[in-house]
Write a protein that binds this ligand. Structure first.
Ligand code: ADP
Ligand code: ZN
Length: 598
């Protein structure tokens, strides 16, 4: 029987394990259990796929994501692995055929939905066959506190009772301690070894800029950096997703909206296009994402602020699962904060719940306004330390300048105070600038001592000051009074001259030149790249799978750089195993030779 290193190379076409993949595999092969925490895109699947191939019998993978099973199985079949799935999308006839294959010990891997697994009939079947292991994917679904809770997952502890000799591995990308505890207890994995990989996603570049003209900013970002890429644009409201998708289409992009208010058919159609075609942009509310396992999403853009750091991390985490460079790009402004506060305030829920939500929003705002490394702050939020600044976020790449905002902050606070904390940001700025609006005269604000004290700096800078004061908790937004700004306890030391404050200079969104990073190595020939993509698209259509299942972008890039002209050279590429060599090698080699001859 082959060892894991051999399988990695021959079947999957990869040269090295990403630690701790090798340790996890060894543990399972030896019959031990494992609890695995690894970020999305970390490489969890190999951890159970390889032991399932090495151990005798079929590996049973439990996953709630029925929609993904077909693609997972197709991808394995392309590698020459015997795989199948059992779920409610199959007809009785199809299910029977798979049960027969199982009985005949013809399958290496079986994907199954939890509700199917726990049926008496399935359990009986499993008792009769040889099982290599149980892999419980998305294991955080047993957690009642998490938002992905599945009642069926609770019953999975019966695996331990019914099949005590079969090793079990539970996998998740959800970070916190409490969830891990719960998984361990509910799945009876107390004796299992725990493998915790870091949560960092080093290939994702985090950027957060000030919202000025959202559409133009987005357009510039897409045109300069992601012209032919697949990506997700998140918006807060359904209507906005439709507006933006429509507008992007007018600009020549292949963009579709996605939100919970659409019909099931249109939703499914748009999702399918996103998965199957290249360069599709989905403009979505948070309804989009769970169970989307597309590895080559090159950017996630936020046009509105997420409510929590957790959501931000989860949403941005959908970019770059293939490990290739990807962007998490966001623009935000004071208006976002006001809108989110309004939504929270009008939501049902206890005062305590609202306070907790406010607290989490504040953490998100903190992330937006920091002047140090964003990745360090993000990981710190999840309890992980990154010793050095990352070098791959906007604040690392172009450290924001700060200025002594003490005087300005005091002025801003006193204007709010003098106008009895009853007015919103626009009026306050009008007062500071000494503008003569009707509203000023209506309230007699031209007579206040603070009238016109802020002429030194302009309107945009004042907005920036107010936004930062709110984001950092010196002021809050009073929603009963249409967004009036109120002073908070925290501003006392500042007003009493016991404290100073450094504010971030809002930089304009960086020009393309500074930020364009070509994903393609400079020496790559674009014509060859396009020809290879065409070749991949044809194979994908023939097999009825998404293009990335044939080869990832990274393999295509390697082809461009190394230009293999025979099978021996082609075999050396990362991502080319025996089966894919045989099936696709000749086709791609021909494209490369034609290109060189042209
Ligand atoms: P996860 O389930 O943790 O999100 P996957 O198992 O889907 O991640 O793996 C993410 C990507 O990384 C896949 O495209 C996979 O083929 C690739 N991958 C996994 N392990 C390795 C490895 N050792 N070397 C190269 N690529 C790998
Ligand atoms: Zn950084």
């Amino acid at each position: 029987m082959s060892n894991s290193q051999q399988i990695l190379q021959q079947v999957f076409g990869y040269s090295d394990f990403r630690p701790p993949q090798d340790q996890i595999i060894d543990t399972l092969v030896a019959g031990g259990g494992a609890l695995v925490l690894m970020p999305t895109g970390g490489g969890k699947s190999l951890c159970y796929q390889i032991p399932a191939l090495i151990r005798s019998g079929c590996g049973v993978v439990i996953s709630p994501l029925i929609a993904l099973m077909q693609d997972q199985v197709s991808a394995l079949e392309l590698l020459g692995i015997e795989a199948a799935f059992l779920n409610s999308t199959l007809s009785a006839l199809e299910a029977d055929a798979i049960e027969q294959q199982l009985r005949a010990d013809e399958l290496d891997l079986l994907y199954i939905a939890p509700e199917r697994l726990t049926q008496a009939r399935t359990l009986q079947l499993l008792r009769e066959i040889d099982i290599a292991l149980f892999a419980i994917d998305e294991a955080h679904c047993v957690s009642q506190w998490g938002h992905d809770f599945r009642a069926d997952y609770l019953q999975l502890s019966l695996l331990h009772e019914l099949f005590p000799a079969v090793p079990r591995i539970a996998l998740t990308a959800t970070a916190d301690d409490r969830t891990r505890q719960e998984i361990s207890e509910r799945l009876q994995l107390q004796k299992a070894e725990q493998f915790i990989a870091g949560f960092d996603r080093p290939n994702i570049r985090y950027r957060i800029a000030l919202k000025q003209n959202a559409k133009q900013q987005l357009l510039k970002f897409l045109k300069n950096e992601h012209l032919h890429d697949a990506g997700i644009v998140y918006c807060l409201s359904r209507k906005k997703t439709e507006d933006i998708a429509h507008w992007l289409s007018e600009q020549g992009f292949n963009a579709f909206p996605y939100h919970a208010g659409m019909s099931n058919e249109s939703r499914a159609r748009h999702q399918e296009q996103f998965l199957r075609e290249e360069s599709v942009i989905i403009v979505a509310t948070i309804a989009f994402g769970m169970g989307i396992d597309k590895p080559d999403v090159r950017f996630v853009a936020h046009l509105d602020l997420p409510k929590t750091v957790e959501s931000y991390y989860q949403e941005t985490g959908r970019a770059g699962r293939d490990g290739e460079p990807a962007d998490a790009w966001m623009i935000y402004g004071l208006q976002d904060v006001i809108k989110l506060r309004q939504m929270m305030d009008s939501s049902e829920g206890s005062e305590a719940h609202k306070r907790a939500e406010q607290h989490r929003l504040n953490a998100m705002l903190g992330l937006c306004e920091i002047t140090s490394c964003r990745r360090q702050a993000l990981l710190d939020y999840f309890g992980e330390a990154l010793p050095e600044p990352c070098g791959n976020c906007d604040t690392c790449l172009e450290p924001p300048e700060t200025w002594d905002g003490t005087e300005a902050a005091r002025m801003a606070l006193s204007v709010a105070f003098r106008t009895e904390q009853r007015f919103g940001v626009n009026h306050l700025i009008d007062v500071m600038l000494g503008t003569d609006t009707d509203k000023i005269f209506q309230f007699g604000h031209q007579h206040l001592p603070v009238y016109g004290i802020g002429k030194e700096i302009d309107k945009n800078q004042w907005r920036s000051v107010f936004r930062q004061l709110v984001a950092r908790g010196y002021m809050s937004v009073d929603l009963e009074r249409f967004g009036a700004l109120r002073l908070e306890e925290k501003c006392r030391p500042l007003l009493r001259s016991e404290e100073t404050i450094a504010l971030r200079k809002d930089s304009k969104v960086k020009t393309a030149k500074q930020q364009t990073k070509t994903r393609l190595a400079p020496e790559v020939d674009v014509a060859l790249w396009e020809a290879l993509r065409d070749c991949r698209r044809q194979f994908a259509e023939e097999m009825g799978v998404p293009p990335y299942v044939v080869f990832h972008d990274s393999t295509l890039q390697e082809m461009c750089l190394r230009m293999p002209q025979n099978m021996e050279e082609f075999e050396l590429l990362n991502g080319v195993g025996e089966r894919k060599l045989e099936k696709y090698g000749p086709g791609f080699v021909r494209v490369i030779s034609d290109h060189l001859a042209a």
